[in-house]
Design a protein around this ligand. Sequence first.
Ligand code: ADP
Ligand code: GN1
Ligand code: MG
Length: 358
Amino acid sequence: MYNLQNIAAQFALNGTPTQIKALGEGFINDTLFICIDGQEKPSYILQRKNHIVFPDVPAMMQNIKMVTEHIKAKVKDPLRETLTVVPTKDGALYYKDEDGNFWAVTLFIGDTMSYTKADTPEMAFQGGLGLGQFHMLVSDFKEPLTEVIKGFHNIRWRFQQWDEVIAKDPVGRVKDLQEEISWIESRRVQMLDFWSKFENGIIPTRVTHNDTKISNFLFNAADGTLLCAIDLDTLMSSTMLNDTGDALRSYTNTGEEDEKDLDKVSMNIDMFTAYMKGYLSMMGKELTESEIENLAFSGIYITYEQVLRFLMDYIDGDNYYKIKYPDHNLVRTKAQYKLLRSMEEQLPEMNEIVRKLV
Ligand code: ADP
Ligand code: GN1
Ligand code: MG
């Protein structure tokens, strides 16, 4: 479909590309790896950045460049402990092809593992450490960052999109989804109340990753320790609670994000404890009281938002997320709702654990 050799040739690669093959499970971009003649392992990651989802890819790449340079100045192994953007031969951070597609290259970080699910509390602990370390590394980053996706975790903005999609009902799915829609509506006020605390400045603004599911982190293959955060497309200024929230949604789930057998889906409190232990060991002293108070709730907030986004995309006719079968977004909605219910039931216990750890 694309002339990948020609695209790769635009970048300042060290050597001649042999294989260029698809990799990864992302829902938004197309991710490939590039092998270089004479090298056994892949050397680069090539991505077609989704310019419908990210309307300003150049600004997004600039965010990534600035933040990764900031991190590189602080870590021991700058080529492994964050992404390295490989420029084009002209020195640009991306290449735009004749069809208007945007492409970017980063160094492939080898001897690593990536996962879609955490299997042990140790993995969750490592995940928490990794996010805590990422937040520490960017805590003194002061340049303004472009808001690459408008209102990404802003539930007020999401409700605006939601109301429009429901009113439009472009593929006639609303009539069969009354129960699912009520899951969203019954929590609307509660979620707006939470977001108001950020809007009012009670919860502070920081540099945040905004897409902290487990597959967006690399683990060291040798010993299972966490190496670094990747998939930096959604770097923005927001609340760190987006990041703990999305990580809890991912690391504590006993099932897959799109599990069909809902009996397999719940929040595992031991994974929660392990994740928080890791995260707070890095960031515990940095957080404000308002952030600490909302740590456990952040999982509920982002899981709720994810239920809304999957359902909204289903109602909209599946335009945003890549799907593997026709009702995939509805399956995702139901699985994430089951997780949300499980988190809601365990919220008092989660809050108690955070208090003890702090
Ligand atoms: P998407 O935006 O589509 O989610 P990601 O940037 O998360 O794409 O990449 C998808 C997968 O590719 C990751 O989960 C990881 O397994 C792998 N990957 C991405 N970048 C690198 C890298 N620099 N080094 C090694 N593996 C990577
Ligand atoms: C998308 O790109 P990827 O697969 O890492 C999405 C996240 C969702 C996630 C759900 C830019 O992440 O917000 O939480 O899918 N990214 C974007 O798994 O919308
Ligand atoms: Mg990803």
